[in-house]
Design a protein around this ligand. Structure first.
Ligand code: SAM
Length: 269
């Protein structure tokens, strides 16, 4: 998959995309990342990329011309035909006003061959970029960053680890927090303890005891069924504590519902 980043700070990406799975995926050719310096697409001697907002107000706004020129310089289909085609390419504008980036959106986007990520700065980006250049606006959360660069790095990292061949163990990506759509048994989650859209269960490694904190015995007993049950219960506990919005009853098994009732009863006492 090819990622193309449009930014006024190309050096920002020296580092965040040079480690771990993303680095290995670049080296193996699984992904390619190109960074485009927006100032290269200006035509004045000051290489101006921003201007004051019409109507007044604080701050500066990224001008449309360099952004259109930059994206149009890439060998990418014009917006209208891009939207009609098999959706193998997408131009994304990073924006706090966009669609929320979630694991399921990452899974959808991982099917693309190519993604262009436009990083805003200042007060934002001239709206005509959203109207006439980008296919979609994506937000990485309900907070305001200084620029889209961190968002682009988050999106690239998340999507890369979903690409077949990126992780050493393919099962890792399906057992994680938020990963919905896993098939559950009639009366319990499958033997991999896949999250089924919940938060992940807690993990422990050696030593078995650290500063008075012991690893739960059940994890060391070798009984896989008990381990599975314990993990599911912990995933449900964490999810009901921090993200009750993820407890969608359709993806819960009978066993999950019983565990949740038990967790709620214990909370009350
Ligand atoms: N005035 C804008 C608002 O209130 O929504 C905020 C602009 S922000 C300071 C500058 C740029 O950072 C945005 O154009 C966008 O590209 C990026 N950005 C900020 N927060 C973001 C978020 N939560 N998700 C994605 N991009 C974000």
């Amino acid at each position: 998959m090819k990622f193309e980043i449009v930014t006024i700070f190309p050096d920002f990406f020296r580092g965040p995309l040079d480690f771990g799975i993303v680095r290995k995926s670049r080296e193996s050719g699984l992904i390619e990342i190109l960074v485009h310096d927006l100032r290269t697409f200006t035509s004045d001697k000051h290489r101006t990329v921003d201007d004051r907002p019409f109507g007044g107000g604080e701050g500066m706004v990224l001008k449309p011309e360099p952004l259109f020129q930059c994206v149009e310089s890439m060998d990418i289909a014009p917006r209208e035909s891009r939207l009609e085609r098999t959706a193998k390419e997408s131009v994304v504008l990073l924006s706090p006003q966009g669609q929320m980036f979630t694991q399921s959106l990452a899974q959808e986007l991982a099917a693309l061959d190519r993604m262009v990520l436009i990083c805003g700065r200042y007060e934002g980006v001239d709206e005509r970029v959203a109207e006439g250049l980008a296919d979609r606006e994506i937000s990485i959360g309900d907070f305001v960053l200084s620029g889209g660069e961190l968002g682009a790095a988050v999106i690239i990292d998340t999507i890369t680890r979903l690409l077949p061949g990126a992780l050493g163990n393919e099962a890792s990506a399906v057992q994680e927090s938020f990963t919905a759509g896993q098939k559950l048994d009639a009366d319990g989650p499958d033997s991999t303890c896949s999250s089924g859209g919940l938060l992940d269960y807690p993990h422990y490694t050696r030593p078995a005891e650290f500063r008075g904190m012991a690893v739960p015995e059940v994890l060391m007993g070798g009984n896989h069924e008990q381990v599975r049950g314990w993990r599911r219960r912990k995933a449900l506990e964490k999810t009901s504590q921090y993200r009750p919005d993820l407890l969608n009853s359709e993806s819960l098994s009978k066993e999950d519902k019983k565990l949740l009732a038990d967790i709620a009863a214990k909370k009350k006492n």
